[in-house]
Design a protein around this ligand. Sequence first.
Ligand code: NAP
Length: 297
Amino acid sequence: MILLAGGTGHLGVALTELLSARGNRVRVLSRDPSRARVQRPGVELVAGDVRVASSLESALVGVDTVISAVTGFGPRGSGPRQVDLQGNQRLIAAAAAAGVEHFVLVSIHGASPDHPMELYRAKFMAEESLRRSSLEWTIVRPTPFMELWAGIVGDSLIRSGVATVFGRGENPINFVSVRDVARFIELALTDRRLRGRILEIGGPENVTLRTVVEVVAASAGRQPKARHIPARALRLGAALLRPFRPDLAGLIQASVRMDSANMRFDVARLTAEHPQIHLSRLEEVAVRRQQDASAAV
Ligand SMILES: NC(=O)c1ccc[n+]([C@@H]2O[C@H](COP(=O)([O-])OP(=O)(O)OC[C@H]3O[C@@H](n4cnc5c(N)ncnc54)[C@H](OP(=O)(O)O)[C@@H]3O)[C@@H](O)[C@H]2O)c1
C-alpha cells in the first residue's frame, strides 16, 4: 500500500491516476477527503494533517511506501515551515516508526539551505531529515509545473481576454508537466537504483511567460493579449501584504524571482539517463488543457 500525502494537489491527482491505472493500491491523505478529485478502484481516502502527528498513525497502517507531495506554499496554505518542513519531518518520523520501507519526498529544484525563499530552505531541511532517517529514500526536485502556470495565464485570458503576467515575462523558465513528474515518481517506486538518489526533474525547454501566453492563447483560439504587473509594484505589494497575508506575499516574491533569477534547467542528463520517459512540451500541455476544458463543458 502506498500512502500519498498531497494526493489532492496538481501533482497528486496526476500521480494518483497513474499509480492506480498501473494497479497500485493508493491511500490518499487529505485534510478534507471529501475534496479529493480522484475516485478510482484501488484508491482509498483518509483524513489526516501532517501538522498533527496523531492523525498520521492510522493512515500508515499496512503502508510500505510513502510519497509526500504536500506543500503549505500558496494561497491560504499554512506556510512552508508548518507543512514542507515540520509536516514532512512528522511524516518521516511516523513512517519510520510504522516500519515503512521507502519514502519519496517531493522537494523542489533549487532547494538549498541559504535560498532567499523560505520554501526552498524548508524543502532542503526536510530532505536532510529524510536522509538522516532510517528509511530508504528518494528525493525528487521538479522545476515549476507547466499545468499550474498554463492555468494561471490561461484562466485570466479566458475570463477577461487579457492574461495577467507578473513582471516583464521575458525571463527563460523551465517548466515541467506534472504527468512527467508522476512518471519519474512511479519509476522511483520500482527501480531500486533510484533509492538514495536526488532526481532533478525538468521539462524539455526553457520558455518565457510571454511564450506561455502565446501558446495558451493559440490553443484556445484567443489573441495573446497580456497585462504586465511591474516588478516594482509586485515588490511593494509583497512588503505590504507580508504582515497580514504571508501566503500571498510569498507567492508574489516567487513571481518576482521567476521574472529575474536564473530559472533555466539543462535537461540533457535527465533524458540521457531516462530516455524512456517522454517530457511534454508546452504545446502538448496547452492542447491537453484545452481538451480537458472542452470535455468538462
Ligand atoms: N507547483 C509547482 O510548480 C511545484 C514545483 C516544484 C515542486 N513542487 C512540489 O510538488 C508538490 C506538489 O505540488 P502541487 O503544486 O501539486 O501542490 P498543491 O496543488 O498546492 O497541493 C498541495 C497539497 O498539499 C496538501 N496539504 C497541504 N497542507 C497539508 C497538511 N497540513 N496536511 C496534509 N496535506 C496537506 C494538500 O492536501 P489537502 O488540501 O487535501 O489537505 C494538497 O494535496 C509539493 O511538494 C510542491 O512543493 C511544486
